[in-house]
Design a protein around this ligand. Sequence first.
Ligand SMILES: NC(=O)c1ccc[n+]([C@@H]2O[C@H](COP(=O)([O-])OP(=O)(O)OC[C@H]3O[C@@H](n4cnc5c(N)ncnc54)[C@H](O)[C@@H]3O)[C@@H](O)[C@H]2O)c1
Length: 317
Amino acid sequence: MRVLITGAAGFIGSNLADRFLAGGHTVIGIDNFSTGQPEFLVGARSSERFTLWEQDLLDLDALAPRFEGVDQVVHLAANADVRFGPDHPDRDLKQNVLATWNVLEAMRRNGVQRIAFSSTGSVYGESTVIPTPEDAPFPVQTSLYGASKASAEALISAYAESFGFTAHIFRFVSILGERYTHGHVLDFYKALRRDPSSLRVLGDGTQRKSYLHVGDCVSAILAALEKATGKVNIFNLGTDEYCRVTDSIGWITGYLGVEPQLQFTGGNRGWIGDNPFIFLETAKIRSLGWTPELTIQQSVIATVRYLEQNHWILDRR
Ligand SMILES: NC(=O)c1ccc[n+]([C@@H]2O[C@H](COP(=O)([O-])OP(=O)(O)OC[C@H]3O[C@@H](n4cnc5c(N)ncnc54)[C@H](O)[C@@H]3O)[C@@H](O)[C@H]2O)c1
């Protein structure tokens, strides 16, 4: 297959690119390096089956020719940071909705019909059904990020119906592991390096979240692309467990051998739109034979270990 990955220099995109290349596929990466890191592509670049275009998805005319002859698009490029939506109210709209429309248009212009998309468990807003299955109603959005991903999903479904596309839409929980560059493990690790005696925690630490290792995330995407043959295939991706913020802090501090005083900012959510309980039902993706290999605790530790060995990331993000 000729696979085009948007956001190929990002955390998940670079891991996916490596896996497709290892499977013998040809990979075309597109990235504007807004949050992507050239270091993540060192391995991919050593393959003659890898091509990288430094390109912004918002420039459709420059983007479209890159899609010629592509069999499968995996659209991962986005503003992936949920927390700062209210600081930049147009960012999610441009980077997540308009960029997705450009990808769909570039596909249509070139007769490319298969798209995989990284959505999020945040589209469910604050679901009352937990664990939350794919068919749970999600009428109320609580973050600009979730709203933008729900909009992008809607555009993809409409293109599938209108132009005969096949779509695989993945609603991820938070992803951890090698090349992680954003999220609570990075924030806590950075803060503890500065001052191991105290740690500021957003909210009251009781927020319950589910996580998945990036290797398991990539395996699930590949399994679904191979086995799910519907027009619009929607899958939750996550583990069958969740943890509290304080559990995660315990694993991180235990691994680092520090005992900080925890300073809670209070309230049961960390920021506007923070969902205090995210836990997705994953029976559908498991029915394809996929199962995660790492627990949340193992994924948290793997992430800290990776950050320990890659301090350069701390200066970039
Ligand atoms: N990491 C998670 O926990 C998580 C959870 C749920 C969903 N997702 C989704 O998965 C996808 C990948 O997330 P990630 O964690 O790898 O994020 P990331 O920030 O590491 O990767 C995004 C990549 O897209 C690139 N990019 C952004 N805007 C672009 C544009 N306009 N043109 C070209 N390139 C652009 C960035 O430079 C970066 O390399 C995103 O769509 C994100 O919303 C991630």
